[in-house]
Design a protein around this ligand. Structure first.
Ligand SMILES: Cc1cc2nc3c(=O)[nH]c(=O)nc-3n(C[C@H](O)[C@H](O)[C@H](O)COP(=O)(O)OP(=O)(O)OC[C@H]3O[C@@H](n4cnc5c(N)ncnc54)[C@H](O)[C@@H]3O)c2cc1C
Length: 354
C-alpha cells in the first residue's frame, strides 16, 4: 500500500497554548471603533481618481466616498506584476472597506503595491476634505492570528510540536510545499503520474520569486528550435555544450548527474509549456556564461507568463491548492533523520470585522 504524506495542523496544537497567551495578547490589540461611532471630519461625497506608485509608477485607483464612509475602491490600471497586484487587490480592498480603516496589514511580498493602494485611499480622503487619520484605526486580528503568536519559539520561528503526532489531520499521496516554478512543475508531474496532490503556499498568491524573474530560460533544443535557428541564421546548440557551460557557470561545484538531467529534460519541459500555451519571443540569445544560442525569453520579459501557464496546467490536473498556508515543520522517520512522513502547517488567519 502506498504510504501517504500527512499533515498536522499547528492550529489544533496551539489551541491549549492559545488559552494561556490569549489574555495578554488580546489586550494589546485594539479593535477599531465602528466608523459610525468615530468622530470623523465630514467628507465631500464623490468619486476620486488617484494616481500613486505601486511597485512601479502608474497605479490609478478610483475611490468612492460618502460623507463618512469609504464606499468603494477600484483599481483602474497599473504596471505592477499582474498576479501579485491582483493578490493585493483581492485582500486589501475588501479589508479597507469592511474595517473602514487604512491601517490594514500589507500583503507580504507585495508591500509596495499594498502601500500604493493605501496611499491612494488616504489621498482621496484628503482630496474630499477629510482627515486621513480618521480612517487609521488598528484592526483586530482573528484568534487564528493569536495562535500564530502562541507557537513562536524563543528564536522567533513558528513551529509545530517536536514529536511526530500520533494522529494526523489529513493524509495525501504527495504534499508539495511552495508554488513557484519548481513546486508547480513537481505538483503537475506527480498528478500526471496518478498521485493525489496537495500544494500549499504560504503567500496569498502562487508564483513566488519565479513571478519576477527575467523570464529567460535555457534549453539546448525545443520543437521550435530548428525553424528559429534557420530563420535567425544561428548555429544549433548541443546538450554537451549546455552541460559544459552549466558546470563551468557553477564554478565546477555542480552535481553532474543533476546537471545532465536538467539539460536533457529541458526540451521536454519547454515543449510541454509551449503545448500548454506559453509564447516566447522570436530571438534565441547567448547571454554571458553561455557558449551556445539557447536562451528563450517570455513575451512579458518576466516569469509570470510561465506561472500563468503552470497555473492553468495544475488547475486542469485537478490539484488541490491551499494559499496562505505555511509549512512550519517536517516530520521524518528515525529521529528526524530519515524520509519525510508528514508536515505541520499553519493555516491562514483572517482579519475580523470591527
Ligand atoms: C530578480 C530575479 C530575476 C531572476 N531571473 C531569472 C531568469 O531570468 N532566469 C532564470 O532561470 N532564473 C532567474 N532567477 C532565478 C529564479 O527566480 C529561481 O531559480 C526560480 O524562480 C526558483 O524557483 P522556485 O520554485 O524554486 O522558488 P520560488 O519561485 O521562490 O518559489 C518558492 C515558493 O515557496 C513558497 N514557500 C517558501 N517557504 C514556504 C513554507 N514554509 N510554506 C509554504 N510555502 C513556502 C514561497 O512563498 C514561494 O512561492 C531570478 C531570480 C530573481 C530574484
Amino acid at each position: 500500500m502506498r504510504k501517504k504524506l500527512r499533515i498536522f495542523f499547528t492550529l489544533a496544537f496551539a489551541a491549549v497554548a492559545l488559552a494561556v497567551v490569549a489574555c495578554a495578547t488580546h489586550g494589546a490589540v485594539r479593535a477599531p471603533a465602528p466608523v459610525a461611532s468615530r468622530t470623523v471630519t465630514p467628507l465631500i461625497p464623490g468619486t476620486y481618481i488617484e494616481e500613486v506608485s505601486g511597485f512601479k509608477p502608474g497605479f490609478r485607483v478610483e475611490v468612492t466616498l460618502s460623507a463618512n464612509r469609504i464606499e468603494n475602491i477600484t483599481v483602474l490600471s497599473h504596471n505592477d506584476t499582474v498576479i501579485i497586484a491582483q493578490a493585493v487587490i483581492d485582500s486589501i480592498i475588501p479589508t479597507i472597506i469592511s474595517q473602514q480603516s487604512t491601517a490594514v496589514d500589507v500583503v507580504s511580498g507585495a508591500t509596495l503595491t499594498s502601500f500604493g493602494i493605501i496611499q491612494a485611499v488616504q489621498n482621496a480622503i484628503a482630496a474630499a476634505g477629510g482627515n486621513p487619520a480618521d480612517y487609521w484605526a488598528p484592526v483586530r486580528s482573528s484568534p487564528q492570528h493569536l495562535s500564530r503568536t502562541a507557537i513562536i519559539d524563543p528564536h522567533g520561528t513558528p513551529r509545530g510540536p517536536e514529536r511526530t503526532p500520533r494522529r494526523w489531520d489529513e493524509s495525501h499521496d504527495i504534499v508539495i510545499v511552495g508554488g513557484g516554478h519548481a513546486g508547480l512543475m513537481a505538483a503537475y508531474a506527480a498528478a500526471n503520474n496518478g498521485a493525489q496532490v496537495l500544494l500549499i503556499e504560504k503567500m496569498s498568491f502562487l508564483g513566488g520569486n519565479s513571478l519576477i524573474t527575467g523570464g529567460q530560460m535555457a534549453f539546448h533544443d525545443s520543437r521550435i528550435a530548428a525553424e528559429a535557428y534557420r530563420r535567425l541564421n544561428l548555429p544549433p546548440d548541443t546538450a554537451e555544450q549546455h552541460i559544459r557551460d552549466t558546470v563551468a557557470g557553477g564554478d565546477f561545484q555542480s552535481f553532474l548527474p543533476l546537471v545532465e538531467n536538467f539539460v536533457h529534460a529541458g526540451p521536454f519541459i519547454l515543449n510541454m509549456l509551449l503545448d500548454n500555451g506559453l509564447t516566447v519571443r522570436e530571438h534565441i540569445t547567448m547571454p554571458g556564461g553561455h557558449y551556445g544560442f539557447r536562451v528563450y525569453g517570455t513575451t512579458s520579459g518576466q516569469g509570470d507568463d510561465v506561472i500563468e501557464v503552470q497555473k492553468r496546467m495544475i488547475e486542469r490536473a485537478g490539484i488541490d491548492v491551499r494559499l496562505n498556508t505555511k509549512m512550519v515543520r517536517i516530520y521524518r522517520e528515525g529521529n528526524q533523520s530519515g524520509r519525510a512522513v508528514g508536515i505541520a502547517e499553519l493555516p491562514p488567519f483572517e482579519w475580523t470585522q470591527s
